[in-house]
Design a protein around this ligand. Structure first.
Ligand SMILES: Cc1ncc(COP(=O)(O)O)c(C=O)c1O
Length: 393
């Protein structure tokens, strides 16, 4: 666990991204944090060392990343994990058998799978609710409820949760409030400022931004939570290696400029898609037609690079994802390159079909992760793919 300093939090976002946690290396003056590719550290004598004993517990490259991520989210403590799901796993291990969690019904499929197929077996219970309406969270609270876990915007339906409203409920009812901020990133939304206790990331996505590693992160300001999670990080050991920490740190340096471009291109592409009669539904919080656009304007400073569209038929969806040339058909999101996916058979295949259908996650839904290529080229690619899709039956 690494603590931010007041200095880390003093600067604007783009400055924090480049400098927080990244002082020149004291040994050599190297401007970039070295990759400390080591498992252990030599001690001067029994109980006398330089703060590093064994790399599962601490590693200087990971320290640099943790401090950087904490500064970006405006939190006091950062903890890095081997994947986003390892971070979720650690958060759920704060609880004990018999405890109850209220989770947004539309979360990443792997999050749902971890809750239902692992933690339910170990004695936690879960209620999945539509958190677009915060009162549903309040209605689902039982004496055993300990945690509210949400994504906003959600993957892939782009639903929003009112962070301030849920933050208020969580405080009043003494519940831990966990927000997966992977889609928005701290550049567009900082949940801690709205009352979240823990912010979670799959750093695999926008924070790394270059699709070349898997990682997760947790950021919090409460010392007690940081201590418990740091204990879990060391006790269970799902830590990232130094090379992956370094790659993530390289990514966060450009997060601000990348997010500005992802956001600008996605706004343009979403508006272009929404004007097409052959695309029956477009889900993007930046569209005035999005049912929670006003909330998005209130709690986000932009809308991000993720768009979902419903083509009305599975055959059309299939044809579209197989016809693109610049967009690559692949799982994941948030990289500089554009990706296209079919959530029902890919990222959300582990969610029961009835649950998928109920929330509009149909078999004809396609998800775009808009990269930072020239938007005209992306639009031309989608235009050709949609023309192909129109011919599918
Ligand atoms: C919103 C969200 N949260 C968490 C995860 C899990 O992260 P990881 O794949 O790094 O384990 C994902 C992965 O797609 C995701 O999209």
């Amino acid at each position: 666990m690494t603590r931010t300093s007041d200095d880390d939090l003093r600067y604007g976002f783009g400055t924090r991204a480049i400098h927080a946690g990244q002082a020149p290396d004291p040994t050599t003056g190297a401007i970039m944090p070295p990759i400390y590719q080591t498992s252990t550290y030599v001690q001067d004598g029994l109980g006398r060392h330089k703060g590093f004993e064994y790399a599962r517990t601490r590693n200087p490259t990971r320290d640099a990343l943790e401090r950087n991520l904490a500064a970006l989210e405006g939190g006091r403590h950062g903890l890095a994990w081997a994947s986003g799901l390892a971070a979720t796993d650690a958060v759920l291990k704060l609880l004990s058998a018999g405890d109850h969690v209220i989770c947004g019904e539309n979360v990443y499929g792997g999050t749902h799978r971890l809750m239902v197929h692992v933690f339910q077996r170990l004695g936690l219970t879960f209620t999945f609710v539509d958190t677009r309406d915060a009162s549903r969270i309040e209605d689902a609270i039982t004496p055993a409820t300990r945690m509210v876990y949400i994504e906003t915007p959600t993957n892939p339906m782009m639903r929003l949760t009112d962070l301030a409203a849920v933050g208020e409920i969580a405080r009043r009812r003494d519940l831990l409030f966990v927000v997966d901020n992977t889609f928005a990133t701290p550049y567009l939304q900082t949940p801690l400022a709205f009352g979240a206790d823990i912010v979670l990331h799959s750093t695999t996505k926008y924070l790394n931004g270059h699709s070349d590693m898997i990682g997760g992160a947790l950021v919090m300001s409460r010392d007690d939570l940081a201590d418990r999670l740091a204990f879990l990080q060391n006790a269970a050991g799902a830590v990232p290696g130094p090379m992956d920490c370094w790659l993530t740190l390289r990514g966060t340096k450009t997060l601000a400029v990348r997010m500005r471009q992802h956001d600008a291109s996605a706004r343009r592409i979403a508006a272009w898609l929404a004007a097409r009669p052959d695309v029956p539904k477009v889900y993007y919080p930046g569209l005035p037609s999005h049912e929670q656009h006003e909330l998005a304007c209130r709690q986000m400073s932009g809308f991000g690079g993720m768009i979902s569209l419903d083509l009305g038929s599975v055959a059309r969806a299939r044809r579209m994802v197989e016809s693109v040339r610049l967009f690559a058909l692949a799982e994941s999101l948030g990289g500089v390159e554009s990706l296209i996916g079919h959530p029902a058979s890919m990222t959300h295949a582990s969610v029961p079909p009835a649950m998928r259908e109920a929330m509009g996650l149909t078999d004809s839904l396609v998800r775009l992760s808009v990269g930072i290529e020239e938007p005209e080229d992306l639009i031309a690619d989608l235009d050709l793919a949609l023309a192909q899709a129109a011919e599918a039956r």
